[in-house]
Design a protein around this ligand. Structure first.
Ligand code: M6R
Length: 614
């Protein structure tokens, strides 16, 4: 949440940070702003709304300099207007600050500043930092980094803070606690970003900052210390994707490109995980005996990742006979779950930053449970704090709505199921290899679905003005139904609900009325014949009440086809793999409905890609 960019170097710093902000805009788009130090001192420009508004403002100003920072906001404290946009400055305009996170004790700090006669102009928690740092500089002298260190020791909550001081024109100073921050190390120039997309155009050499650290960047490098001023180190890494991965490549929206990239996302996620007939994880910090001793699994995740967890539950329980509970990460630690050394907690998170999931991980570790992360972002906080990791190699996902990372998460959690089955001996080695081979055939099946989704687009345009759409599924089809409904809500701002089809008769069937579109995700007629039969009855029940049935099933499922007003055929794959093919038409449906309704597919209102606040 909130995107942050910083730069010191020979280029026109304003251009570097504005370009970085464009690449980080998916992290929040309530407002954007920049601060630059140049011949005219420290200058600030900021505007509510998308970056285009900032562009217009900048076109009326002449701002030059080689030290700068920029911010794109997802509002927490204070409405998304010009006044609350970052950067914020102290009263004299000497110090400017941008921030990602929440300063939880800002009320007390604000009251203290007001008692001292400081007039705050915004409603944000961030502005307090500008005044506190300026007061510290005034009272104690020293450098901007010294002042920031002193202030950070007083702050509670989560923050990435980046500051400029008009009196130190060649340095940008940043602090990090529980919010992301990476450095980009170039030749005679240094960058800061919430993630590497901010500077990937200029350098592939990056350094991940640790917790409670301060960094000073200059043209010739950087210095990291902790909040007490002791020397500290970050974690250097090489960025292994290039700029084209973060560009639209001719598509109108990133999401449309990312839907097409799903076969590769799943293929790359599986790559290298079967070595000499054995399933291997990416990072493994517990031993085989510990895996064998696990007697209970919790999967914790949010949103789309939670749906991936629901599918994973079916696979893990089926292959290992170990009970699995799937929990919304935001609920997990607050309900005091029963955890011990024999519990495995699986945290699924595309970003690896989601605050709810991170706190669930910390709670699990406090209780001595083992934690395995499934994550798309190398070196992010959640994998760093976990005992083992499976990375989803989906590449950067810029569209706020998760698509390719969802299918990659499903692949990774099923991989984990096989790894557990292997360690526990609940499947023979050759069975595991067969299941893995089935998984490896999934990318071709997804590619096949992608070639036949055109009728889904036409259907989407027909039903785009419906007041609601319901989604039904059973078994692994239920989380797919939930995912279809979530995509529609977030992209098209349309009311949508997903239900387990058998539950319909216990209440929700009252919603059915003439012409209401109901999307049904069918179980395989051969894989789950009994469930298929029950589902046919459920479809008949809603059809009898006037529903417009949109049925997704295998091409030769003639019984389902007969009940469908619209039939969407998908290839036949083993039951546990069916979400890979049934999800794709639902993503296309939601994206197309959103476009028909004039919504911004990549940047839905009120949302941000990485949710770094609880
Ligand atoms: O980065 P994470 O996977 O932890 O994010 C979890 C959710 O915020 C995310 O999946 C969200 O639900 C997506 N916008 C859904 O498309």
């Amino acid at each position: 949440m909130c995107g942050i960019v910083g730069y010191v170097g020979p280029r026109r710093a304003l251009d570097v940070v504005v370009e970085g902000l464009r690449r980080l805009e998916y992290r929040g788009y309530d407002s954007s702003g920049v601060a630059v130090i140049g011949a005219d001192g420290l200058q600030v420009a900021k505007k509510a709304g998308r970056i285009e508004n900032l562009d217009k403002e900048l076109a009326t100003r002449s701002i030059t300099g080689s030290t700068a920072m920029g911010h794109t906001r997802w509002a927490t404290h204070g409405a998304p207007n010009d006044r609350n946009a970052h950067p914020h400055t102290d009263a004299s305009g000497r110090v400017a600050v941008i921030h990602n996170g929440i300063i939880e004790n800002f009320g007390a700090l604000r009251a203290e500043l007001e008692r001292d006669g400081v007039e705050l102009v915004s409603e944000t928690d961030t502005e307090t930092v500008a005044h506190l740092v300026a007061a510290q500089l005034e009272a104690q002298g020293g450098s901007l980094a010294d002042a920031l260190r002193a202030v950070c020791r007083r702050l509670q909550g989560a923050f990435t803070l980046v500051l400029l001081d008009a009196q130190e024109p060649d340095v940008v100073v940043a602090a990090r606690r529980n919010s992301p921050l990476v450095l980009g190390v170039g030749d005679g120039e240094t960058f800061l970003g919430s993630d590497v997309a901010a500077f990937i155009e200029f350098t592939r050499e990056a350094v991940e900052l640790g917790q409670n650290q301060i960094v000073e960047i200059r043209r010739d490098g950087y210095v990291i210390t902790d909040f007490d001023g002791k020397p500290a180190e970050g974690t250097p890494f090489h960025i292994d994707w290039d700029l084209t991965a973060a560009e639209k490549g001719g598509y109108e929206y990133f999401m449309l490109k990312e839907i097409q990239e799903q076969p590769a996302a799943v293929r790359d996620t599986l790559l290298g995980h079967l070595v000499s007939g054995q399933i291997v994880l990416d990072e493994q910090r517990f031993d085989q005996q510990e895996l064998r001793d696990i007697d209970k699994v919790f999967i914790v995740a949010c949103g789309t990742a939670y749906h991936a967890g629901m599918i994973g539950k079916q696979a893990i329980e089926h292959w290992t006979r170990v009970p699995v509970e799937v929990e919304m990460a935001s609920e997990f630690r607050y309900r005091d779950p029963v955890l011990d050394r024999q519990t495995l907690v699986v945290a699924i998170s595309q970003s690896g930053e989601t605050a709810d999931t991170l706190e669930a991980v910390r709670h699990a570790r406090d209780q001595r449970a083992k934690v395995l992360a499934i994550c798309n972002t190398n070196g992010a906080q959640i994998p760093r704090e976990s005992d083992a990791v499976i990375y989803t190699h989906a590449g950067p996902e810029i569209g706020v709505a998760a698509t390719k990372t969802f299918l990659a998460q499903v692949a990774a959690v099923e991989l984990l199921g096989l790894a557990l089955a292997q360690a526990r001996g609940t499947k023979y080695g050759d069975e595991i290899i067969r299941e893995f081979d089935d998984l490896c055939s999934v990318p071709d099946a997804i590619a096949e679905v992608l070639t036949v989704v055109e009728p889904v687009r036409a259907l989407a345009r027909e039903i785009a003005q419906s007041k609601t759409i319901l989604f039904l599924g059973r078994h692994v089809g239920y989380p797919v139904a939930l995912e279809g409904a979530l995509k529609l809500k977030e992209l098209a701002y349309m009311h949508a609900e997903g239900f387990p089809a058998g539950e319909l008769k216990h209440g929700p069937i009252a919603l059915i009325e003439e012409g209401l579109p109901v999307v049904v995700v069918m179980p395989s007629p051969t894989g789950r014949p009994l469930l298929h039969q029950k589902m046919l009855s459920n479809v008949a029940e809603i059809k009898a009440r006037g529903a417009r049935t949109i049925v997704i099933s295998e091409a030769d499922d003639s019984a389902a086809r007969n009940l469908a007003a619209h039939f969407i055929a998908v290839p036949s794959v083993p039951t546990l793999l069916s979400p890979f093919v049934t999800t794709v038409p639902l993503q296309v449906l939601a994206a197309e409905i959103a476009q028909a309704r004039g919504c911004d597919v990549d940047k839905p209102r009120n949302l941000a890609k990485s949710v770094t606040v609880e």
